[in-house]
Design a protein around this ligand. Structure first.
Ligand SMILES: [Zn+2]
Length: 316
């Protein structure tokens, strides 16, 4: 009898442990709504890479609550992620999402569009942003499939249905003035920023990486990214909502992104002037303690030097 009880207890113990493990593993990823000003919020995703748990929401989006509804800036990477965005906003306001603005060409800024389009929510973007989304969509879908598996099967690209020509367009949504501005090429061609001139707040998308080191991709343009950053800084924003990391002041964006772009362009430019080769340049610039506080410094810094060198050399 005693033995039976013990083995039952033992089995019960295992069951509790398994349920506990399941509950811990199923503990859902949450987007962090971070208020930056009256009725203006950032939605801060995970700082590390894309995972099935975070639905590739390893970036920062945002929203503005107006008397006529919510303006959402960025839709996430998948319909599941988009639903999470909607649920997160519903914790903050009863106002429904009325408009969606796409400022980014990279997957996690817009591939959740279909979820909002199905609800009849108009999607607004600069023509340049849409063109860049179209140019890169196949790569994004293939990569999402690799990372997310099944969840990626639900992703169907839907593009803005209110496409604005030119490099600057003014919108008035729910009595909030928003300018969509293309400040130049950067992390992705076609990326734009959403500027609230009356509030001094800029949703800077992937032109600004806070807290983590930015990544230079083969299609990023480091020299133009630096100029674009300067154009964003020239707006003199009080608050910068980045494309990755937490929102903050312009000084923070300058430290985490602007200074790093300056470093890449100036140091690599000097190395090219001095006829240093790629290996020498990468080794010489490898140690940059002023940027070591940025997450993923070790993973990205050498790659960034490398790609900056190749880009700048090709343009010489
Ligand atoms: Zn991004």
């Amino acid at each position: 009898m005693q033995a039976t009880m013990n083995s039952k207890n033992f089995r019960f113990g295992w069951l509790v442990l398994l349920i506990g493990l399941w509950a811990a593993s199923a503990q859902a990823f949450e987007l962090l709504p971070e208020q930056v000003d009256d009725n203006v919020w950032a939605l801060v995703g995970e700082i590390r890479g894309r995972t099935p748990e975070n639905h590739a929401l390893n970036n920062t989006l945002g929203f503005v609550i107006t008397p006529k509804g919510v303006i959402l800036i960025g839709s996430g990477a998948t319909p599941t992620g988009a639903a999470l965005i909607e649920r997160t906003i519903a914790k903050v306001t009863d106002q429904p999402i009325r408009w969606l603005i796409d400022i980014g060409a990279q997957d996690h800024h817009w591939l959740g569009n279909s979820y909002f389009a199905a609800k009849g929510i108009p999607i607004i973007a600069l023509a340049r942003t849409v063109a860049a989304q179209k140019a890169h969509v196949d790569d994004h879908l293939a990569r999402l499939k690799q990372v997310l598996g099944e969840e990626a099967d639900d992703v169907h690209p839907v593009y803005a249905n209110r496409v604005l020509e030119g490099d600057r367009a003014e919108l008035n949504l729910g009595r909030i003035r928003i300018e969509l501005i293309w400040p130049g090429n950067g992390h992705f061609p076609g990326d734009a920023v959403a500027w609230l001139p009356d509030r001094g707040i800029v949703f800077a998308g992937d032109f600004v990486f806070n807290d983590r080191i930015l990544g230079v991709h083969p299609f990023s343009n480091v020299v133009e990214w630096r100029q674009a950053f300067e154009r964003i800084a020239a707006l003199h924003p009080r608050i910068v909502v980045p494309g990755h990391g937490h929102p903050g002041s312009l000084a923070k964006a300058q430290r985490d992104t602007g200074d790093y772009l300056d470093f890449l362009v100036e140091k690599v430019g000097k190395a090219l002037e001095d006829w240093k080769d790629l290996g020498e340049t990468t080794d010489a610039l490898d140690d940059a303690p002023q940027f070591q506080h940025l997450k993923f410094y070790k993973r990205w810094h050498r790659t960034n030097i490398n790609r900056t060198y190749l880009q700048m050399e090709a343009k010489q």
